[in-house]
Design a protein around this ligand. Structure first.
Ligand code: DGY
Length: 319
């Protein structure tokens, strides 16, 4: 029997690539270089399934006539890089990998929060540069985390995992905004009516909403002005949720104490106005980057593919 032809756009963990190779007729990307648009278009016209990641922009223009692919099984939970409506119109099912990266991403948001509060990036740079002159009472004093208020924007799985860490680990009060009513939480938390309510009351604001669409520049100049001057913004969601220029201005004018960013508006390009600052912690989109999580993400993609090619609706179908 002919095995479905599958194109994988980036290198994946070996365990997952081995399983893919055992079950499908696979074209891997040995160089791990991101595909150009024409290569993505070729993949869609030549394969039964394409397995993209966040680095592949799959817009309406790629779904012209002659598409062979029937499923786009994305490696990742976020899917704002794929035009779902256009995929649906072209008869292409899109899937993602929810659930398996919740803890890893919340761990990284907590890492950024702690690094910002305790000036860990600055400290590490000082030690490595040989500029550390020794202990002193006024040296690199940060902000206490324990007992402060965390404001969460987007109380889905990852937002809730962040709330558990902040409340259970650091005795923080949890307030949040979500466009839907969220109940049955396993941590005490107050849902506030607007994003602004959360921004005004929180000492740390952590973003856990999807990117794109109505969340594009959700955190803009006006909203940044609502944050406490002593507060920190943490973003492990998507770069376009924050207006980066407005963020730099808020930091320049000391309207905000700092920011911890794992995602960027034009990644992997980082504005020098951010990278030259000491009051930001910058990580290279590492939210889900543990070996365990990346393997689980890959296996979840395979579960979706197998269900699809066995004639079922994939468990994580988005359209
Ligand atoms: C996700 O899963 O959305 C990560 O950000 C990688 O795409």
């Amino acid at each position: 029997m002919m095995r479905p032809k599958v194109v994988v756009t980036r290198r994946w963990p070996r365990e997952v690539e081995d399983r893919l190779a055992a079950e499908f007729d696979v074209q891997f990307n040995a160089s791990d270089r991101p595909y150009h648009q024409n290569e993505l278009r070729a993949a869609l016209t030549e394969a039964d399934a394409v397995l993209p990641t966040v680095t592949d922009r799959i817009g309406e223009d790629l779904f012209g006539s002659g598409i062979r692919a029937r499923i786009l099984a994305n490696f990742g939970v976020g899917f704002n890089h794929i035009d779902l409506a256009a995929a649906g119109k072209a008869g292409v099912v899109v899937t993602n990998t929810p659930g398996v990266l919740t803890d890893a991403t919340a761990d990284l948001a907590m890492t950024l929060l702690l690094m910002c509060a305790r000036r860990a990036g600055e400290g590490e740079r000082e030690v490595r540069s040989g500029n550390w002159t020794g202990w002193r009472p006024t040296h690199l004093c940060g902000t206490q985390v324990t007992g402060k208020t965390i404001g969460i924007i987007g109380m889905g799985r990852i937002g809730q995992a962040m709330a558990r860490r902040c409340h259970g680990g650091f005795g923080m009060d949890v307030i949040f905004y979500d466009s839907h009513t969220v109940d049955n939480l396993d941590v005490p938390a107050s849902q506030l009516p607007t994003v602004e309510d959360v921004l005004e009351a929180a000492d740390f604001v952590s973003l856990h909403c999807p990117g794109g669409g109505e969340n594009y520049h959700l955190i803009n100049e006006t909203r940044l002005r609502r944050m406490k001057w002593s507060s920190f913004l943490i973003n492990t969601a998507r770069g376009d949720v924050v207006d980066e220029q407005a963020l730099v201005q808020a930091l320049d004018t000391k309207r905000l104490a700092g920011a911890g960013l794992d995602v960027f508006e034009h990644e992997p390009a980082i504005s020098r106005r951010l990278s030259e600052r000491d009051d930001v912690v910058l990580l290279p989109h590492l939210g889900s980057a543990t070996r365990e999580t990346r393997i689980a993400m890959g296996m979840r993609v395979i579960d979706n593919l197998k269900a699809f090619f066995d004639g079922h609706r994939p468990p994580d179908a988005l359209n």
